[in-house]
Design a protein around this ligand. Structure first.
Ligand code: FAD
Length: 485
């Protein structure tokens, strides 16, 4: 069996970091001139410090913040722990195809990421689920149901609409999730508890539970029901819009990495890769950021965009507020993963949901013909239910959905095991939605961003960009207030 390597072996990157702590500038980034030559009026900061702003993390939140500040003339340094850009997006190659192993799908109902795509002219590629030949559902007890795509869609719609009943009243302005005080009262309800109360068939509940396992990236009895209703509301409280927003359009022209490079070029920021930040110390007039090799860099402000589950690798002085600490210490359960497999035979265009404890939550054909066989994307909601690095186990699970499936190749990204994410897409546990809001509150010269801190699409690329824009604005406000003193 031909096995492709994992796109990023965490142990390998870790070893590289310990060996070298080298500064690496990728071509697109190296081409960007370092900033700070002639600052526009009003932006002249104190040159007592090496930079105006240090951004920790080169995912979409970090790159957005860097662009917001760098393009305005501030001297920006981006410190990225990995040896690559992109964070929880990764465009890799498998079976001759360019594939996204992380965040990929975008939509015009996701206004922040959409405006970036428009601004840099990347356009979109479309994947039509409508061409599916066979739609299936693997029930929790292992029974496989073949369902027509139309019927699957109908059951999914009925389930989702029941789950999200009252969404319009609960979230009249989804980007301000607590506009309706009732939301707070519903924070303690889990997705599983809510599903159990709904008057729906077992098939409806199985699909709904698979959907919530996907969005929760963990057990549904821990996933915040109301946090999903907010996401649904962001798509104009509509099932079809939500589905389109979720899995139909990918970023064109170079995909996620291409867009990120366009944004970074515009930012004119300096980027250092393989520079994991270990400590951030604030004083009255500056911040000191320390990287794993013991190097210190100073600036007037710092924007931290690391995933929630990695915060404990950074020492903050003074310590973060109690409310931020509570969110970080609870952590996000988010243990999802992405796996691509190539099958020896062409099994047609398949789409399937599997209910827990079956681990392959969503199975979707990417490409199929008699020459290549089938290339299939497997989205795993609960990584702890399967060893995605064992091809025999993956094949065995896949055969429950595609009988006779024989793997010709496999490639996966183990996000939950990668030390620079330790989780997949953001997802809130019960009670966490309001705690996450506190992450967006500045603390002196420290600003936190990252998709999990967003008001709207907090599980998505849009949330990352939204949070980067907000952090950029907060830093500008700090600098403007200092100019007036
Ligand atoms: P990240 O992208 O995680 O960026 C944080 C950066 O900080 C990383 O580059 C990391 O290496 C770096 N870092 C961490 N610790 C340190 C440190 N100590 N020092 C320096 N740097 C550090 N979203 C969608 O919109 N559509 C989708 O289809 C979609 N599908 C997804 C599928 C998968 C498998 C995954 C994992 C995510 C998916 N998402 C999707 C979610 C989306 O990818 C994320 O919400 C988004 O990329 C998060 O961006 P971010 O900048 O907040 O965080």
């Amino acid at each position: 069996m031909k096995l492709a390597n994992s796109p990023e072996n965490p142990m390998l990157s870790r070893r590289r970091i310990l060996m070298g702590a080298a500064t690496v500038l990728p071509a697109a980034v190296a081409a960007a001139p370092s900033n700070g030559k002639s600052l526009p009026d009003g932006k002249r900061g104190s040159h007592r410090f090496q930079y105006d702003v240090i951004v920790v993390g080169a995912g979409f939140a970090g790159v957005t913040a860097a662009r917001e500040l760098g393009a305005e003339g501030y001297r920006v340094l981006v410190l990225e722990g990995r040896s690559r850009l992109g964070g929880r997006t990764y465009r890799g190659e498998f079976a001759g195809e360019h594939l996204e192993f992380g965040g990929a799908w975008i939509h015009w109902l996701q206004p922040h990421i959409w405006s970036e795509v428009q601004r840099y002219g990347h356009g979109v590629e479309e994947e039509l689920i409508a061409n599916v030949d066979s739609a299936r559902l693997l029930m929790a007890d292992g029974k496989l149901k073949e369902i027509g795509l139309k019927e699957l869609d109908e059951i999914d719609r009925e389930g989702m609409e029941a789950f999200c009943a009252g969404a319009r009243e609960l979230f009249p302005r989804p980007y301000e999730p607590f506009a309706n005080p009732k939301v707070k009262e519903l924070e303690k309800i889990s997705a599983a508890e809510h599903i159990a109360r709904l008057n729906l068939s077992d098939t409806h509940k199985a699909i709904l539970n698979a959907e919530m396992t996907l969005y929760g990236a963990g057990p549904t009895d821990q996933f915040s029901y109301i946090s999903f209703v907010k996401l649904f509301s962001c798509a104009a409280w509509d099932y079809y819009s939500f589905n389109d927003a979720d899995r139909r359009y990918r970023i064109g022209k170079g995909g996620t990495l291409g867009l990120m490079q366009s944004m970074l070029k515009h930012s004119r920021a300096e980027v250092r890769l393989v520079a994991p930040v270990t400590a951030i110390q604030q004083t009255k007039d500056h911040v000191r950021v320390t990287t794993e090799g013991g190097q210190n860099v100073t600036a007037r402000a710092v924007v931290v965009t690391v995933p929630t589950n990695t915060y404990n690798r950074i020492r903050f002085t003074p310590e973060l507020s109690q409310r931020k600490r509570s969110f970080i210490d609870q952590g996000e359960m988010s243990e999802g993963s992405k796996v691509y497999v190539q099958l020896k035979k062409n099994h047609g265009n398949v789409f399937a949901f599997s209910d827990s404890p079956n681990p392959l939550t969503v199975v979707q054909t990417v490409k199929n013909d008699d020459k290549i066989g089938s290339i299939i994307s497997l989205t795993v909601g609960r990584r702890s239910l399967i060893d995605i690095n064992d091809p025999d186990i993956v094949e065995r699970e896949l055969r429950k959905i595609i009988p006779g499936a024989e793997l010709a190749g496999i490639s996966s990204y183990d996000w939950a095991k990668d030390p620079f994410s330790m989780q997949a897409w953001p997802s809130y546990r019960i009670g966490q939605m309001s705690l996450a809001q506190h992450m967006a509150e500045p603390e002196g010269r420290l600003f936190l961003a990252g998709a999990a801190t967003a008001g709207g699409w907090h599980e998505y690329l849009d949330g990352a960009v939204e949070s980067g824009l907000r952090a950029g604005r907060q830093v500008r406000q700090l600098f403007a207030s200092e100019m007036q003193k």
